[in-house]
Design a protein around this ligand. Structure first.
Ligand SMILES: C[S@@+](CC[C@H](N)C(=O)[O-])C[C@H]1O[C@@H](n2cnc3c(N)ncnc32)[C@H](O)[C@@H]1O
Length: 276
């Protein structure tokens, strides 16, 4: 028999691949999801015995967490920019750094947007909720596009999703703003990564070959130069190791007002450039 008050101690006892602080916050998310209880109600209902059915669900979740499956994939959803997104193994779990990129973009004015490598559609949906722009989003993965469309439908948003490879994509109009968080982790960086990323998140969303780490930046910068309106803006999320190199690529193409910005951990994480 498991009581509400025993759930957090059970997490702490059984799971040891997370810190106690992380586990407690994951346990609260699970309790809210399975039992519908927020933190205060956990205290109030401390002594209540949970149903066998819910106990089975909680034990399944504990097993998945021990196997390093991210909680977002276990529950099938992730929070981003105060919105809830359906996620599965075909899309990257949206990250905090990308929220910072959205905040930066929202300082600008734009009527049309293209998001390249949209994944869960966290970028276009956050922009659509905070602007009236026409938004197009592409991804090479048809499975990602399915999730992206479901997420936009959940918020009744009219975003154009296209299953396209950026290296072959020829849009029929120009944009005021182009944004991309393309794959940027080097294959050689795999070793350093936590198992919950490496074993569960889609590798085609994360990795680029060490021999050509800037392949997406080189191509998308040229693409943007061609498909941005005059005074249009290009925003990238970047690998912290390549800020200077990406700045150079943009400089060479005659972009102006190029600005590098750090994430909350003080690492070069995003860059903006304006087409003259
Ligand atoms: C780092 S993820 C970003 C996902 C999402 N935009 C986010 O910020 O969470 C990169 C995305 O680019 C997509 N992608 C990879 N290669 C691509 C290509 N050649 N053309 C278009 N999209 C591509 C992947 O499928 C993946 O969804």
């Amino acid at each position: 028999m498991l009581t509400v008050g025993n759930i957090i101690p059970l997490f702490l006892k059984k799971i040891n691949n997370y810190s106690d602080k992380e586990l407690i916050s994951i346990a609260y998310i699970v309790i809210e999801e399975i039992l519908g209880l927020n933190k205060i109600n956990v205290i109030i209902n401390n002594a209540n015995v949970i149903s066998t059915n819910d106990e089975v669900k909680i034990n399944e979740i504990i097993k998945d967490l021990i196997a390093n499956k991210p909680i977002q994939y276990i529950l099938g959803k992730a929070n981003f920019f105060n919105l809830s997104f359906i996620v599965n193994k075909h899309v990257l779990i949206p990250r905090q750094e990308t929220e910072q990129l959205i905040n930066w973009i929202l300082n600008y004015e734009f009527n049309s947007v293209l998001d390249i490598g949209t994944g869960s559609a966290c970028i276009p949906i956050s922009l659509a909720k905070n602007s009236t722009a026409n938004i197009t989003a592409i991804d090479i993965s048809s499975n990602a596009i399915k999730i992206a469309k479901k997420n936009a439908d959940n918020y009744n948003l009219n975003i154009t999703f296209l299953c396209e490879d950026i290296f072959k994509f020829n849009p029929d109009s120009k944009f005021d703003l182009i944004v991309s968080n393309p794959p940027y982790v080097l294959e050689s960086e795999m070793k350093k990564m936590h198992k919950n990323v490496l074993n569960f998140e889609p590798h085609n969303a994360l990795f680029v070959e060490d021999s050509d780490p800037l392949i997406f930046y080189n191509y998308i910068a040229q693409f943007a130069f061609k498909y941005l309106n005059s005074k249009g803006a290009l925003f990238f999320e970047i690998n912290e190791s390549f800020g200077v190199e990406i700045k150079l690529i943009l400089n060479k193409l005659d972009f102006v007002n190029i600005e590098l910005k750090k994430d909350l951990n003080g690492k070069d994480r995003m860059i903006k450039a304006i087409k003259k």
